[in-house]
Design a protein around this ligand. Structure first.
Ligand code: HEM
Ligand code: HEM
Length: 184
Protein backbone atom coordinates (compact mmCIF):
# COMPACT_ATOMS: atom_id res chain seq x y z
CA UNK A 1 0.00 0.00 0.00
CA UNK A 2 1.34 3.43 -1.00
CA UNK A 3 1.50 5.66 2.11
CA UNK A 4 2.43 8.94 0.40
CA UNK A 5 0.57 10.79 -2.35
CA UNK A 6 1.72 10.34 -5.94
CA UNK A 7 1.41 12.80 -8.83
CA UNK A 8 -1.84 11.05 -9.83
CA UNK A 9 -3.45 9.79 -6.60
CA UNK A 10 -3.81 10.26 -2.83
CA UNK A 11 -1.85 7.93 -0.53
CA UNK A 12 -3.19 5.90 2.42
CA UNK A 13 -2.30 8.53 5.08
CA UNK A 14 -4.13 11.35 3.26
CA UNK A 15 -7.15 9.10 2.71
CA UNK A 16 -7.21 7.95 6.35
CA UNK A 17 -7.02 11.56 7.61
CA UNK A 18 -9.65 12.75 5.11
CA UNK A 19 -12.28 10.11 5.99
CA UNK A 20 -11.62 10.14 9.77
CA UNK A 21 -12.05 13.93 9.88
CA UNK A 22 -15.09 13.79 7.53
CA UNK A 23 -16.91 11.30 9.82
CA UNK A 24 -15.98 13.25 12.98
CA UNK A 25 -17.07 16.59 11.50
CA UNK A 26 -20.47 15.28 10.38
CA UNK A 27 -20.96 13.63 13.80
CA UNK A 28 -19.96 16.79 15.71
CA UNK A 29 -22.19 19.07 13.62
CA UNK A 30 -25.15 16.76 14.30
CA UNK A 31 -24.38 16.39 18.03
CA UNK A 32 -23.69 20.15 18.28
CA UNK A 33 -27.15 21.07 17.07
CA UNK A 34 -28.95 18.41 19.15
CA UNK A 35 -27.09 18.44 22.49
CA UNK A 36 -28.81 21.58 23.81
CA UNK A 37 -32.14 19.70 23.83
CA UNK A 38 -31.03 16.82 26.12
CA UNK A 39 -33.23 16.99 29.23
CA UNK A 40 -31.16 14.76 31.57
CA UNK A 41 -28.62 17.14 33.19
CA UNK A 42 -25.85 14.53 33.78
CA UNK A 43 -26.13 13.09 30.28
CA UNK A 44 -26.14 16.60 28.83
CA UNK A 45 -22.88 17.49 30.61
CA UNK A 46 -21.28 14.24 29.39
CA UNK A 47 -22.36 14.82 25.78
CA UNK A 48 -21.08 18.42 25.87
CA UNK A 49 -17.74 17.22 27.22
CA UNK A 50 -17.50 14.50 24.56
CA UNK A 51 -18.31 17.11 21.88
CA UNK A 52 -15.48 19.27 23.22
CA UNK A 53 -12.93 16.44 23.44
CA UNK A 54 -13.73 15.11 19.95
CA UNK A 55 -13.56 18.71 18.68
CA UNK A 56 -10.04 19.01 20.12
CA UNK A 57 -9.28 15.68 18.41
CA UNK A 58 -10.29 17.28 15.10
CA UNK A 59 -7.92 20.18 15.83
CA UNK A 60 -5.00 17.76 16.32
CA UNK A 61 -5.93 15.77 13.21
CA UNK A 62 -6.22 18.95 11.11
CA UNK A 63 -2.81 20.21 12.28
CA UNK A 64 -1.25 16.79 11.45
CA UNK A 65 -3.04 16.86 8.11
CA UNK A 66 -1.72 20.33 7.35
CA UNK A 67 1.86 19.22 8.05
CA UNK A 68 1.36 16.02 5.98
CA UNK A 69 -0.04 18.11 3.11
CA UNK A 70 2.90 20.54 3.22
CA UNK A 71 5.55 17.78 3.09
CA UNK A 72 3.73 15.75 0.39
CA UNK A 73 3.13 16.27 -3.30
CA UNK A 74 -0.47 16.94 -4.34
CA UNK A 75 -1.91 14.92 -7.22
CA UNK A 76 -2.52 17.04 -10.33
CA UNK A 77 -5.79 17.27 -12.24
CA UNK A 78 -6.64 15.85 -15.66
CA UNK A 79 -6.07 18.32 -18.51
CA UNK A 80 -9.80 18.10 -19.34
CA UNK A 81 -10.76 19.91 -16.09
CA UNK A 82 -11.10 23.68 -16.70
CA UNK A 83 -8.70 25.90 -14.75
CA UNK A 84 -11.52 27.79 -12.95
CA UNK A 85 -12.69 24.46 -11.52
CA UNK A 86 -9.19 23.59 -10.30
CA UNK A 87 -8.89 27.00 -8.64
CA UNK A 88 -12.37 26.66 -7.09
CA UNK A 89 -11.55 23.18 -5.74
CA UNK A 90 -8.31 24.42 -4.14
CA UNK A 91 -10.11 27.46 -2.68
CA UNK A 92 -12.84 25.29 -1.10
CA UNK A 93 -10.21 22.92 0.32
CA UNK A 94 -8.31 25.88 1.82
CA UNK A 95 -11.52 27.27 3.34
CA UNK A 96 -12.32 23.86 4.85
CA UNK A 97 -8.83 23.63 6.38
CA UNK A 98 -9.17 27.12 7.86
CA UNK A 99 -12.71 26.51 9.20
CA UNK A 100 -11.77 23.18 10.77
CA UNK A 101 -8.89 24.79 12.66
CA UNK A 102 -10.81 27.94 13.70
CA UNK A 103 -13.97 25.97 14.72
CA UNK A 104 -12.35 23.88 17.49
CA UNK A 105 -10.19 26.83 18.61
CA UNK A 106 -13.28 29.04 18.98
CA UNK A 107 -15.12 26.28 20.90
CA UNK A 108 -12.10 25.81 23.17
CA UNK A 109 -11.73 29.56 23.87
CA UNK A 110 -15.47 30.01 24.51
CA UNK A 111 -15.70 27.09 26.94
CA UNK A 112 -12.48 28.02 28.78
CA UNK A 113 -13.63 31.64 29.16
CA UNK A 114 -16.95 30.50 30.67
CA UNK A 115 -15.26 27.99 33.04
CA UNK A 116 -16.62 24.98 31.10
CA UNK A 117 -13.38 23.75 29.53
CA UNK A 118 -13.26 20.10 28.40
CA UNK A 119 -11.93 17.64 30.95
CA UNK A 120 -10.65 14.05 31.14
CA UNK A 121 -11.61 12.99 34.65
CA UNK A 122 -10.23 15.73 36.91
CA UNK A 123 -7.73 16.95 34.30
CA UNK A 124 -9.13 20.25 32.95
CA UNK A 125 -7.90 21.28 29.49
CA UNK A 126 -8.00 25.08 29.59
CA UNK A 127 -7.09 27.03 26.43
CA UNK A 128 -3.83 28.88 27.27
CA UNK A 129 -4.42 32.45 28.52
CA UNK A 130 -8.22 32.28 28.13
CA UNK A 131 -9.42 31.61 31.71
CA UNK A 132 -11.95 34.36 32.57
CA UNK A 133 -11.36 36.22 29.28
CA UNK A 134 -14.99 37.31 28.76
CA UNK A 135 -14.36 39.39 25.63
CA UNK A 136 -12.52 36.60 23.79
CA UNK A 137 -15.21 34.15 24.97
CA UNK A 138 -17.96 36.37 23.54
CA UNK A 139 -16.34 36.68 20.09
CA UNK A 140 -15.40 33.00 20.05
CA UNK A 141 -19.01 31.98 20.82
CA UNK A 142 -20.33 34.11 17.92
CA UNK A 143 -17.69 32.64 15.60
CA UNK A 144 -18.52 29.06 16.68
CA UNK A 145 -22.25 29.64 15.99
CA UNK A 146 -21.57 31.25 12.59
CA UNK A 147 -19.21 28.46 11.48
CA UNK A 148 -21.80 25.88 12.63
CA UNK A 149 -23.73 27.00 9.48
CA UNK A 150 -20.75 27.95 7.29
CA UNK A 151 -19.01 24.55 7.54
CA UNK A 152 -22.00 22.44 6.38
CA UNK A 153 -22.52 24.87 3.48
CA UNK A 154 -18.92 24.41 2.27
CA UNK A 155 -19.01 20.65 2.93
CA UNK A 156 -22.19 20.37 0.84
CA UNK A 157 -20.58 22.31 -2.01
CA UNK A 158 -17.53 20.04 -1.76
CA UNK A 159 -19.64 16.84 -1.86
CA UNK A 160 -21.75 18.06 -4.81
CA UNK A 161 -18.53 18.89 -6.72
CA UNK A 162 -17.03 15.44 -5.97
CA UNK A 163 -20.22 13.70 -7.18
CA UNK A 164 -20.37 15.91 -10.29
CA UNK A 165 -16.81 14.91 -11.20
CA UNK A 166 -17.70 11.25 -10.81
CA UNK A 167 -21.15 10.98 -12.34
CA UNK A 168 -21.26 13.82 -14.90
CA UNK A 169 -17.64 14.43 -15.92
CA UNK A 170 -16.69 10.77 -15.37
CA UNK A 171 -13.09 11.56 -14.28
CA UNK A 172 -11.00 10.02 -11.45
CA UNK A 173 -11.30 12.90 -8.91
CA UNK A 174 -13.57 10.94 -6.52
CA UNK A 175 -12.04 7.50 -7.15
CA UNK A 176 -8.53 8.57 -6.14
CA UNK A 177 -9.80 9.66 -2.69
CA UNK A 178 -11.74 6.43 -2.00
CA UNK A 179 -10.07 4.06 0.53
CA UNK A 180 -10.81 0.86 -1.36
CA UNK A 181 -9.51 2.11 -4.72
CA UNK A 182 -5.82 1.23 -5.31
CA UNK A 183 -3.28 3.93 -6.22
CA UNK A 184 -2.27 4.01 -9.84
C1 HEM B 1 -14.63 20.89 14.25
C2 HEM B 1 -15.03 20.80 15.52
C3 HEM B 1 -16.38 21.24 16.00
C4 HEM B 1 -17.59 21.27 15.36
C5 HEM B 1 -17.89 20.83 13.92
C6 HEM B 1 -18.56 21.80 16.29
C7 HEM B 1 -19.91 21.99 16.00
C8 HEM B 1 -20.82 22.60 16.83
C9 HEM B 1 -22.19 22.92 16.50
C10 HEM B 1 -22.87 22.61 15.18
C11 HEM B 1 -22.76 23.52 17.57
C12 HEM B 1 -24.19 24.06 17.71
C13 HEM B 1 -24.18 25.54 17.39
C14 HEM B 1 -25.51 26.22 17.53
O1 HEM B 1 -26.42 25.68 18.19
O2 HEM B 1 -25.65 27.35 17.01
C15 HEM B 1 -21.75 23.58 18.61
C16 HEM B 1 -21.95 24.11 19.87
C17 HEM B 1 -21.01 24.10 20.85
N1 HEM B 1 -19.71 23.66 20.76
FE1 HEM B 1 -18.82 22.89 19.13
N2 HEM B 1 -17.94 22.08 17.48
C18 HEM B 1 -16.62 21.75 17.35
C19 HEM B 1 -15.64 21.85 18.32
C20 HEM B 1 -15.86 22.28 19.61
C21 HEM B 1 -14.85 22.36 20.64
C22 HEM B 1 -13.37 21.93 20.48
C23 HEM B 1 -15.45 22.85 21.76
C24 HEM B 1 -14.87 23.15 23.13
C25 HEM B 1 -13.68 22.75 23.55
C26 HEM B 1 -16.85 23.07 21.43
C27 HEM B 1 -17.80 23.56 22.31
C28 HEM B 1 -19.10 23.84 21.98
C29 HEM B 1 -20.06 24.40 22.91
C30 HEM B 1 -19.80 24.75 24.39
C31 HEM B 1 -21.25 24.56 22.21
C32 HEM B 1 -22.57 25.13 22.74
C33 HEM B 1 -22.61 26.58 22.40
C34 HEM B 1 -23.92 27.22 22.74
O3 HEM B 1 -24.69 26.66 23.50
O4 HEM B 1 -24.15 28.29 22.21
N3 HEM B 1 -17.06 22.72 20.12
N4 HEM B 1 -20.58 23.03 18.13
C1 HEM C 1 -16.99 16.93 6.60
C2 HEM C 1 -16.74 16.31 5.50
C3 HEM C 1 -15.54 16.60 4.59
C4 HEM C 1 -14.48 17.46 4.73
C5 HEM C 1 -14.20 18.41 5.88
C6 HEM C 1 -13.63 17.30 3.57
C7 HEM C 1 -12.44 18.00 3.33
C8 HEM C 1 -11.59 17.82 2.26
C9 HEM C 1 -10.33 18.51 2.05
C10 HEM C 1 -9.75 19.57 2.97
C11 HEM C 1 -9.78 18.02 0.90
C12 HEM C 1 -8.45 18.44 0.27
C13 HEM C 1 -7.47 17.30 0.22
C14 HEM C 1 -6.72 17.12 1.53
O1 HEM C 1 -5.88 17.93 1.84
O2 HEM C 1 -6.99 16.13 2.24
C15 HEM C 1 -10.70 17.04 0.38
C16 HEM C 1 -10.52 16.32 -0.76
C17 HEM C 1 -11.49 15.51 -1.32
N1 HEM C 1 -12.71 15.16 -0.75
FE1 HEM C 1 -13.44 15.76 0.96
N2 HEM C 1 -14.19 16.36 2.75
C18 HEM C 1 -15.36 15.91 3.34
C19 HEM C 1 -16.23 14.97 2.86
C20 HEM C 1 -16.16 14.39 1.62
C21 HEM C 1 -17.13 13.49 1.05
C22 HEM C 1 -18.41 13.01 1.74
C23 HEM C 1 -16.69 13.18 -0.21
C24 HEM C 1 -17.32 12.28 -1.23
C25 HEM C 1 -18.53 12.44 -1.70
C26 HEM C 1 -15.41 13.86 -0.39
C27 HEM C 1 -14.62 13.77 -1.51
C28 HEM C 1 -13.38 14.35 -1.67
C29 HEM C 1 -12.55 14.17 -2.85
C30 HEM C 1 -12.92 13.38 -4.09
C31 HEM C 1 -11.37 14.91 -2.63
C32 HEM C 1 -10.19 15.09 -3.59
C33 HEM C 1 -10.52 16.32 -4.42
C34 HEM C 1 -9.45 16.74 -5.36
O3 HEM C 1 -8.50 16.00 -5.62
O4 HEM C 1 -9.59 17.87 -5.83
N3 HEM C 1 -15.12 14.60 0.74
N4 HEM C 1 -11.80 16.94 1.23
Amino acid sequence: MQLKNTTTSYGAITKLLHWTVAILVIALLTVGFLMGDISDKTLKMQVYNLHKLLGLGILLLMLSRLIWRLINIQPGYAATIPSWEKRAARAVHDVLYLCLIVMPLSGWIMSTATAHAPHIGSWVLNAPGMVGNQLAGHYAANLHRALAWGIPAFVLLHIVAALKHHFLDKNNVLLRMLPWVKNR
